[in-house]
Design a protein. Structure first.
Length: 199
């Protein structure tokens, strides 16, 4: 039985491992927001890019399942310009769900398509990317729920690029957590609130 959901925070970061229940938790918050008032809207800002057949099938499956669970949740794709998507998604009546920060950062620092590789920012640019995102979160007119992976609990990667990515993601998670009113860690489908501050 799922625990009773708290009221949506002004901003919330939901972290967890793969299949920890973080996306489902964010969807539940969106469903509760939609049910709270007729004027409320909710938009999922999806950062995944369909680079291969398996990813296309995964995205299509997630879209079908999400539509069944939260019929009123609209979807906007933003694999690259996430700050603009947050800003343009609506006003104070719109709850935004960003799913997920990890895929977005991956595509900025390690793009798979050759066209994007030419424009790949150098590793220090991850700080500039984070600053732009933090500004969008801080100025977001409505509530926002951000989903991200916690990948720093395993063994230290051997490759230089992978270590740099783990460092960049850890830095991004810390920066977003500092900006958000609530931070929740998901483990085996169960929420652990790490931070709860006044609006």
């Amino acid at each position: 039985m799922e625990p009773v959901l708290p009221a949506p925070a002004r901003s919330e970061l939901i972290l967890g491992g793969q299949k920890s229940g973080k996306s489902r938790r964010a969807e539940s918050l969106a469903a509760a927001w939609l049910a709270a008032a007729p004027a409320h809207r909710a938009v999922l800002i999806a950062t995944a890019a369909p680079h291969d057949d398996e990813m296309r099938a995964r995205i299509a499956r997630h879209q079908r399942e999400r539509a069944a669970r939260v019929p009123g949740l609209a979807t906007r794709e933003a694999p690259h310009d996430l700050p603009a998507a947050i800003t343009e998604a609506g006003g104070a009546e719109t709850l935004r769900v960003v799913d997920c920060l990890t895929l977005w950062l991956t595509q900025q620092l390690m793009p798979l398509d050759e066209g994007s590789k030419a424009n790949r920012p150098p590793a220090p640019a991850s700080q500039a990317l984070a600053a732009t995102l933090l500004e969008a979160i801080g100025s977001c007119p409505g509530p926002i729920v951000l989903v991200g992976n916690e990948i720093g609990l395993g063994v230290i990667p051997l490759g230089r690029e992978v270590r740099a990515f783990v460092d960049a993601l850890g830095g991004l998670n810390q920066a977003v957590a500092a900006r958000c009113q609530r931070v929740t860690l998901m483990v085996a489908g169960l929420p652990l609130v790490l931070k709860e501050s006044a609006a």
